[in-house]
Design a protein around this ligand. Structure first.
Ligand code: DGT
Ligand code: CA
Ligand code: CA
Ligand code: ZN
Length: 573
């Protein structure tokens, strides 16, 4: 099933590191860009190859001839000769090492060459014995940082990012739905609540022939291990480590079961208490009065019998949604098709894969009416950040493209400027002033103390040229923790200065997260939902930002890029 894409990505990632070790930098970079793009691909590489051959592979953004040839070899033979040869020479555990924040291909290559570090244990030992700090480009600070990352890695459990596993889950759902034995199917659990990470996947099915369905389920080709197989419940582990539970339920209980297994557990508990108060009993089989079955076929009936509005799954976290539903006061949530613009887009002027024009075309295909081009700026050297002169050149290029695409989309000029440790920006105000949209970001000095970090961001928001703070807390899920700031203070100033806060939709950022969005809303803050696209394939991540916004109780009016361009420009700072 998904395994061909995952296998290709895994092999290419390791290959790029082998090239680093062998000092073949340009090949390594080309492969890294390809991986970036493949990670966002929602089609199966094997299908593309079978249907369109090597040309089909070459048509994927970021995939050139050489990489297409390698993908072909992996699909046809299950591996890559070149990779296997390297692996014999260089036995390092790339998969886990790259999970560490601050440890990229360059570091892995260096510590292998100098210290023969193969895995996280080796790295930890080297850091503890101060063998890293003497390496070129290292130092005490970086050594300490690596030890911190290892600590963080050990603490963070194995939860999967919603945005990265959704294609796999939907593939399984579609596959099961295509069986004639399956009458109804729904994915429940945290997946349906659109949580940022997923512990395991819970699927519900209605079927007259459960044995047959279970047979098909455990025989799926990406199943690694079968925990249990029975007529009503089976559980498997997939090759990528994800656990999937499948339950077959009676049609008359489907709604009640869907409610129960959608959760959250805390929501269920509150709901059950409410049912008891009203003289009912609620469980996964239905709503009962004494022994008598009252209803259970659909969620709507059950909620209605409890005198509640139907509650969208994103809200089912016991954060006051049941009380609101009792009063008929649930928010009318922003919809998954409400966005008209995207205010954070990177291009190949810096670390993006695609040209401005390619990004523009992809945005049009996604139905967007405006995008801001926000390439990185100069102090982000590793991304090739732009200086004032280059920004002005880009503005000219955008003017040309705006003529070409007039009536289809409007391209806003912009930048993602760096907030320096003292709160000043790395691009002059004269240039910021002429840009249509400026986002400011923290990309360095993540460890400032709370007071200085807060002051730093507040100073940036007070700059009249800064429209928005991008990914405020800078977390990367499972990799980097949030910066330490006084959010209340920041929200206050954001509201006073009319600075937008971004809900970054990139699956491993989702920054702001749901609970902070809820908090920020109390200050009357407005948000924009951005994809942070680095490839034409990334616009589809916008839906994960929308999911966070919905989990944060946002209505359309809270999200400024649901407005037409004209109103958006009027309302922003
Ligand atoms: P996950 O898998 O950790 O991302 O989170 P969930 O929410 O999918 O939780 P999971 O898979 O353990 O269970 C699925 C749902 O089943 C959960 O959201 C609510 C329900 N559930 C599980 N255990 C309990 C329980 O002890 N009490 C109640 N009331 N409901 C439960
Ligand atoms: Ca689950
Ligand atoms: Ca489960
Ligand atoms: Zn950024």
């Amino acid at each position: 099933m998904e395994s061909s894409n995952e296998k290709v990505i895994k092999i290419l990632k390791e290959l790029s590191i082998f090239y680093q070790i062998e000092n073949i930098e340009f090949k390594s970079r080309a492969i890294e860009k390809a991986v970036h793009s493949l990670e966002a691909l929602d089609k199966n590489l094997e299908d593309i190859y079978r249907q369109e051959g090597e040309d089909g592979l070459k048509n994927i953004p970021g995939i050139g001839e050489g990489i297409a040839r390698r993908i072909k070899e992996i699909i046809e033979t299950g591996t890559l000769k070149e990779y296997e040869n390297y692996k014999k020479k260089i036995p390092i555990d790339v998969e886990n090492l790259t999970k560490l924040e601050g440890v990229g291909p360059k570091t892995i290559a260096l510590v292998w060459k100098k210290l023969k570090v193969k895995n996280i244990q080796d790295l930890e030992e080297a850091a503890k014995n101060h063998k890293l700090c003497v390496l070129e480009g290292f130092g005490e600070k970086k050594e300490q940082k690596i030890l911190k990352s290892i600590e963080f890695y050990k603490l963070s459990g194995q939860r999967f990012l919603l945005g990265f596993i959704e294609p796999i889950v939907l593939e399984i759902k579609d596959y099961l739905a295509s069986l004639k034995e399956v009458k109804k199917i729904e994915v429940a659990g945290s997946f349906r609540r659109r949580k940022e990470t997923i512990g395991d996947v819970d699927i519900l099915v209605v079927s007259k022939n459960p044995e047959k369905v279970m047979d098909w389920f455990v025989k799926m080709k990406n199943v690694e291990y079968i925990y249990a197989k029975g007529p009503t419940k089976s559980a498997v582990k997939l090759k990528n480590g994800l656990d999937v539970d499948l339950r077959v339920v009676d049609e008359k209980s489907f709604g009640a079961a869907l409610m129960y297994f959608t959760g959250s557990k805390e929501h269920n508990i509150e709901l059950r208490q409410l049912a008891l108060k009203k003289g009912y009993k609620l469980n996964e089989y239905g709503l009962f009065k004494g022994e008598k079955f009252i209803c259970g076929k659909t969620e709507e009936e059950v909620y209605e019998k409890l005198d509640l509005e139907w509650i969208p799954p994103e809200l089912r976290e016991a954060r006051g949604e049941i009380e609101a539903a009792q009063k008929g006061k649930l928010p009318k949530l922003v919809d998954y098709d409400d966005l008209k613009g995207d205010l954070q887009v990177q291009t190949n002027w810096t670390d993006g894969t695609n040209s401005i024009e390619e990004m523009v075309k992809a945005a049009i295909d996604c139905g967007l009416k405006y995008i801001a081009i926000t390439d990185h700026t100069k102090t982000l050297a590793m991304a090739g950040g732009l200086d004032e002169k280059e920004i002005k050149e880009q503005i000219k290029e955008i003017e040309k493209l705006n003529k070409k695409y007039e009536g289809k989309i409007k391209i806003l000029t912009g930048a993602e400027v760096n907030i320096l440790p003292d709160g000043s920006l790395d691009i002059s105000d004269e240039v910021l002033k002429i840009l249509d949209f400026v986002g400011a970001s923290v990309h360095s000095h993540f460890n400032l103390d709370r007071y200085s970090q807060t002051k730093r961001i507040i100073k940036a928001m007070q700059n009249p040229n800064v429209d928005c703070i991008f990914h405020l807390t800078t977390r990367i899920i499972n990799r980097r923790k949030e910066i330490d700031v006084d959010l209340d203070e920041i929200f206050k100033v954001a509201s006073k200065t009319n600075t937008l806060l971004e809900i970054n939709a990139y699956p491993d950022r989702l920054d702001l997260k749901d609970t902070y969005i809820l908090e920020a809303k109390k200050y009357g803050i407005k948000f924009v939902i951005d994809s942070d696209a680095h490839s034409t394939l990334h616009f589809k991540f916008l839906k994960y930002g929308l999911a966070q916004a919905r989990r944060g109780w946002c209505q359309k009016s809270d999200i400024l890029n649901t407005l037409d361009l004209k109103d958006f420009m009027k309302r922003k700072k």
